[in-house]
Design a protein around this ligand. Sequence first.
Ligand SMILES: [Ca+2]
Length: 110
Amino acid sequence: MLEITDQAFRRFVKMTDLENSCETIVNIFHQYSVRTDDFDTLSFNEFNRLVKEQFPNWLGRVNDPEFITNTFRSVDKNKDKQVDFGEFVNLLIPLIKATHDHLHERHHNH
Ligand SMILES: [Ca+2]
C-alpha cells in the first residue's frame, strides 16, 4: 500500500489558522529544545535564548538576567531545571490572555 508522508499529507489538508498556530507553537518550542541535552525540554540556556529571540517586544525585560532567572524558576514547576512543553504552555497562557485584554482595550478606546 502506498505510504503517504506527513509532509505530503499536509499538501492536501488545509489546516485552520488555529491549528496552524498550535503547530507553530510546538515547532518553535522544538527548535530550541533540541539544541542540547534532552531534545524535548528547554534547559536554562535554551529557555533564555527562546525568550530573547521570540518575545523581544512582549517581554520588555528580556535582557535583564534576574528577570530571565526568576521567570525560568517560576515556569519550571516541578523544579527539575528543565522546562517541558506543558510548563512552556503555562508561560504562554498569561501572555495570550494579555493579548486578548489588550485588543479589547484598543477596541474600547475607538
Ligand atoms: Ca520542569
